[in-house]
Structure formats: C-alpha cells, structure tokens
Design a protein around this ligand. Structure first.
Ligand code: GCV
Length: 711
C-alpha cells in the first residue's frame, strides 16, 4: 500500500534529491524514529535553525514522527546539534582534539551516551559544519543506512565550492536549457521567491558554499545600487545555508557606470573607483564573496585593452577586495584577437608567464580542458604549470556540448577523468585534484567552479537526470576523491528508488552514458564539430566563419589522407605545454590512448586501430555503437515501468526518444561528411544513413535554446 501511495503521488522533480517520503521498510522506520525522536538545539543561530528545520522536515517525512526541537536533553533518541560555543553539552564532550582537525566547515557525527541517554551528536567548529553534518545524517536516512554506531568525521577538501550562473539580467541564461534564470531581478528585492530558499537547501545538502549570480559575459548594471539591493536580498536568503554570493565584474564598469574615461587598471582614478564600489558592495552584502571575471575573451573588455596584463587586471580588484576578505576568480579562458594556429595553446601561453604575479586573494580559474567543455578533452596544461598561483578548476554542469537538457549524460565520469589525470608536474601522482585542493603546491586558497544547469523549469535542470550532475558536482567539490559510482548510487536512492533492480539498472545507464555520448558525437578525440553558434547538433562541415577557431574544419582537419589535429612537435606543438611524461604518453600513435588519438594526431584513414579495424572503420563503428547504445539505455529504462513513478517515467522515456533521434542525427551527419574525405564505404553490417549528406547540412535550428534570442 505504501508503495502504491508513493507511486500515486505526482513527481514533478521539484524536490530534487531532498525527497523525504515515508520509508517503506517498517523496521527501519522504527529504528530511525526511536534513535532520532528529538533534536536538541541549545542556542540558536540562523544556520543552526536551518539545520534543525531540515532535520525535522526530513524525519517527519521519512519516519512520520514530528521530532521536538528542545533546548535541553530530556530523553533517549536525541540528536544534539551545535558547536562548543553554542552548545554546553557539546562543550562538555571534550571534542577539542577531534574538532581541531575539522576546520571551519568540517563536522563529526557520532553516537554516544550523554547523561545516560543514547544520543547522536553533530558537532563542528562553526555552524556551517553543523549544517553539513545534518545533511549527512539525512543522507544516511534517505539511503537506508544504519544510524546505530555512528562515528564519522568529514572536512571539505576544497575551500570555495561554487556554482557559476551564466544568468543575464533579462533572465535569459547563456547555455541554459532549463528555462529562464531563477533570479527574478524585476521583482527583487521585495518579492522573495520561495525557490531561492529551496535552491540554497539543495546546495547546502551537497556542500556548495558559493554562487556567482551573473554571467561572466557581464553587465555592469549589476554593480549599481538598485541591483546591489537585489543581490543583498538573495544573499540574505542564502546566508543561513552557508552560501556566499559572488558577482561578475565587467572590466569596463568604471567607464560604463562610473563616468570615467578609462578602465586602465593602473590608473589611480580607476583604482579609487573600484575601491569605493567594492566598499559599497560590502555595505549591502557584508559577507560578499568576490568576483569571477572574464576579461579579454570573446569580446569582453579587459586589461589588455590598455596594454596591461591579466595580473594587473586581477590585482586591481584583488586589492580592493582584500580588506573585506573577498577573492577574485580570474578566468584563464582567453582568446587572442589574432586567430591562433592552435587555440588549445592560448591560455597557457598567456598565463604561465604570469605565475607568481597575482595577489594572494586571486585564483586563476581554468576550464577542465584546453578548448571548451567538449565531451572529451585532455586535462588543461595549466594544471600543475603555475605552482605559485592557486588554480581553481571550472567544469560545465550545463550540457552545452553534451545534448543540452535533452540527453541523459551523467557527468561525474567526465569530471573524475580530469581530476584524476596525472600532470606529472612534481613527478608521478601529481593529479589534477591535488593541484585543485592545494596539496600539490601548498596553497590555502582553493576552489572549484561549476557552470550551473539550473533554471526556472519546475524540475530545475530540464532533464530529471541532469539533476544528478548538479549533485555530483557538489559531492566532488566536497571530496574530489569520491567515485562516480558511489555518487550515482546515492543520488538514485535519494531521487528515484532504493529497489535493487532500479538502482542497478539506473547506475549502469548513468555510468555508461558519457562514453555513449562521446561515441555518437565526438569519438576518438574529435572535438568542436557541433552546430554553429547555438552548438546544437552536429556541424562538422562548419567553415568560413569570422574566426577560423570557431569552425569545425579547424579542429578535425579531415582530408583525403586522414583526420585529426596534429598537436605534436610536427604540428602545433601544443603537447609541449605538458610535462615530459605526459608528452611521452600522447606523442606517438602507438602510445596515445585511442580516446584522444585525433586530439593529438592527424591520422591516416588506413591506420590500424587496437580493434584490428582501420581508423575509418573504427570511426564508423564508434558512431554506430554510440547510437545503438542509446537504444540499450531505452530498453533498460522501459523495463522499469511500474517501478518508477509514472510522471518521471514518461518524461525520461520521451527524452530518451529524442536522444536516440539526435544520436542518429549525429551519427549520420558525421559519417556521411567524413566519408567525403575518406572516400571509403561504410563498413559492412552498418546500415548506411537513409538520407544524403545534403539533407543534414541543410537542417537549420534558428531557435535552439541556450543563446539570447535575437528579436
Ligand atoms: C559565457 C564558450 C561558450 C560561451 C561562454 C564561454 C565562456 O565559448 O560557448 O557561451 O560564454 O565559453 O566560458 O566564457
């Protein structure tokens, strides 16, 4: 009956992974209800109240009891929340040794007996730690784990765990596929949409502690007084959930809104303007986090407009933020005005010489790969190359190049592939995650950014499974050593079901999905061959655009000999930007892993691959295998009918149909197009596309989402 009633409830995805439905297993419910029937909160703060509220909400939903929130310990089965400062009980437990290892956001969660009463304690140095510990306990309950003999302690490995919203002030979202921006600037600050709080709850539950509210392609208006009031209203909602707000700083703001004639970072009037502006921001948002900045890239203004360096630009803002403990995340995603021979080399060329020239409160924010969030890229050569500079990594959670919000693609394996890559910067074991968590070069200032996939769609992310990417980003930001499977397991249990068959099927679909997508979009190291501008669908034929490095032919370089971008010494030399060990691995056709072959090499169509096939045959097989595997995903999903609530079942089923059609579109377009160079037949056993290449080339998608409408 319980099952029937939970299946009957409409599931619109709004609750994300914080669904607190009654636990079906009666024994477990009883165990939880008796271990957790009251909450002791001796002294209140906004953050502690948020923690206690969430725990009581969860317990009420999961077990059916309404736990009392007391100021005193009365009976057994109590959760005591707090810090030694806020809780005399916790102060009396002599936790100082334990707590001394936990920093400002870590927590310990353990079972104990207090005054003869069995209790569970969530203790931390600061309130934020208590909040994270509370969400941990809730996660244990949501995933049916025992709470009998708890003894855990956790500390985030990365300090700044931040979502980057590419949200415009008109509420469009650059590369956003889940509706409009959550931020209703027009109605702020007087109308506080309840979603703001739910957004903060969801983030806190996975340890995210910062939000850059605005697009890096920025608008200086956000720095004006009316908008700062709106920003302050959001900051007030997020604060009890441990989330700081950050903004994007338009480098030309002193001219655009300040009335100055220059934005030269070394000009005293410009320095003074930023100082005053930043002081003003802190009057509205006393815990303002700082700025993310895109400068001298894709038309954004920057210090190079005044013949100054990126360090000059970053330091200008850093100096003004420093007295308030604010930070600058200065992006390394830069473009030279002159089209380079290889765009993959630009960031390294510009930033490596600046190592050691940034202020202490600057991080250089580097995308995971050297081009631009492709389905597969090697790790960015700047990781490990700037030991004197804190480097924060930027991942894209929104699926700009991975099927928008229509394709089921679980991104944890993509994130992990980069985090676990070995830079060899200080010998074997110099993993990217060690650069990011500061341990490789001994940095205290550390950060990770994820370009958000959140919009005002009812289910937040457009695709029910896109929520898993938000979740995975947060979990990996907290601990980059977690594995993709564990995270998927948690998410499925919290979001869909704990039935073993469901968990198993969904996990296998999720874990395979990224590789499947690579196969039907950009196998073997191909990259940047999508539709022009909107980036929807295939466009390997894109050429003759304002910049060569915005075309596909620049990247795949297909010709009658073969295909791929030679980045070895014989080609662009981009490989030289990596450590010698990495160069060795990628520099020859024999040693280069096949999944990156065409990233680093221009390879003959007749080259023999590991499978024994020629490159041409292998390329075709990968495209066909990718599209066929979507059918496999559909089969597994369809078999779960009745085990998944009907709303989400139908939604995902329809989306998988679209994904399959689009996988065919990719496959057919790419195979037919590359065939014009290889001049070879599509291998036997693979059904040739039923339409000619010209059909695919003519398809237009003028209203593809994710870019600003041009009306
Ligand atoms: C915010 C890519 C995207 C742009 C994005 C840019 C960036 O080029 O297509 O939409 O702009 O990356 O990361 O700055």
């Amino acid at each position: 009956m319980l099952l029937a009633s939970s299946l009957a409830k409409a599931e619109d995805g709004y609750r994300l992974w914080l669904r607190y439905d009654l636990i079906e297993n009666a024994n477990l419910r009883t165990e939880y209800a008796s271990a957790l029937n009251a909450i002791v909160l001796e002294r209140e703060s906004d953050v502690l109240k948020a923690a206690a509220y969430e725990l009581s909400l969860a317990l009420n939903g999961l077990t059916g009891i309404t736990p009392k929130i007391n100021k005193f310990l009365s009976g057994a089965g109590t959760v005591v929340l707090g810090t030694p400062e806020s809780s005399p009980i916790i102060a009396s437990l002599n936790l100082s040794e334990k707590l001394s290892q936990l920093g400002a956001e870590g927590y310990c969660l353990f079972s104990t007996t207090i005054k003869g009463k069995k209790s569970i304690v969530i203790a931390a140095n600061k309130d934020a730690g208590v909040l994270y510990g509370t969400f941990h306990l809730i996660r244990l309950l949501q995933t049916s784990q025992s709470v009998k003999n708890l003894s855990q302690q956790h500390t985030p490995k990365i300090q700044h765990r931040i979502l980057n919203h590419w949200d415009n002030l008109d509420r469009t979202v650059e590369r956003g596929y889940a509706g409009f921006s959550l931020w209703d600037w027009h109605k702020l600050p007087d109308y506080i949409d309840p979603r703001y709080r739910d957004y903060a709850r969801a983030n806190a539950s996975i340890g995210i502690n910062g939000s850059v509210l605005t697009n890096v392609n920025s608008n200086a208006q956000i720095l004006t007084e009316p908008y700062l009031r709106k920003v302050a209203a959001l900051a007030n909602v997020f604060r009890p959930y441990g989330i700081k707000v950050y903004l994007t700083a338009r480098f030309s703001a002193p001219v655009e809104i300040g009335g100055l004639s220059t934005a030269d970072p070394l000009d005293p009037a410009v320095k003074e303007w930023w100082k005053k502006k930043i002081d003003e921001i802190y009057t509205y948002v006393p815990d303002f986090g700082g700025f993310a900045v895109k400068a001298n890239s894709e038309g954004q203004p920057g210090p190079q407009n005044y013949n100054r360096t990126h360090a000059d630009g970053a330091n200008l803002l850093a100096d003004a933020l420093a007295p308030h403990n604010g930070i600058v995340m200065w992006r390394a995603f830069v473009y030279d005005n002159k089209v380079p021979e290889d765009r993959a080399k630009q960031a390294y060329n510009e930033f490596k010489p600046l190592d050691g020239k940034f202020r202490e409160n600057v991080m250089v924010q580097v995308k995971n790969g050297p081009i631009d969030f492709q389905p597969r890229e090697p790790f960015h050569p700047l990781f490990g190359a700037m030991p004197q500079t804190p480097i924060n990594i930027e991942f894209q959670i929104t699926q700009e190049y991975l099927g928008f919000a229509t394709h089921l693609v679980y991104l944890a394996p993509l994130f992990k592939e980069c985090l676990n890559a070995d830079t060899y910067a200080k010998g074997k074991g110099s993993f990217v995650y060690k650069v990011v968590d500061g341990s490789l070069d001994n940095h205290q200032l550390t950060g990770i950014a994820g370009v958000a996939n959140i919009g005002n769609d009812r289910n937040w992310c457009g695709h029910p499974f896109a929520q898993a990417n938000w979740f995975a980003f947060g979990r990996l930001a907290w601990d980059p050593t977690l594995n993709s499977e564990t995270i998927a397991d948690e998410w499925i249990r919290m979001t869909f079901s704990q039935e073993p068959e469901v968990v198993k099927s969904l996990k296998s679909v999720m874990l395979a999905s990224r590789e499947i997508t690579v196969n039907y979009m950009t196998p073997l190291g191909l990259h940047h061959i999508m539709g022009w501008d909107h980036h929807y669908g295939p466009g390997p034929w894109i050429k003759d655009k304002p910049r060569a490095d915005w075309t596909s032919v620049y990247y795949h370089k297909a010709d009658s000999f073969g295909i791929g971008f030679d980045r070895t010494k014989n080609g662009s030399g981009a490989l030289d930007q990596y450590a010698p060990e990495v160069q060795k691995q990628y520099s020859t056709l024999e040693s280069c892993p096949e999944e990156l072959l065409l990233w680093f090499h221009h390879v003959s169509w007749d080259h023999k691959m590991n499978s024994g096939r020629t490159l041409w045959e292998e390329l075709c097989h990968r495209y066909y295998q990718g599209a066929d595997s979507v059918k496999w995903m559909q089969k597994l999903w369809n078999a779960l009918e009745g085990k998944i609530d009907p709303d989400r079942f139908v939604q995902v089923k329809s989306l998988l149909n679209i994904q399959h059609n689009e996988a065919l579109l990719w496959r057919n377009s790419c195979v037919l197009y590359f065939q014009t160079f290889s001049g070879k037949e599509i291998p036997a056993g693979l059904d040739p596309p039923d339409k000619p290449l010209s059909y695919y080339e003519k398809l237009q998608f003028p209203f593809a989402p994710g870019i600003r409408p041009k009306w």
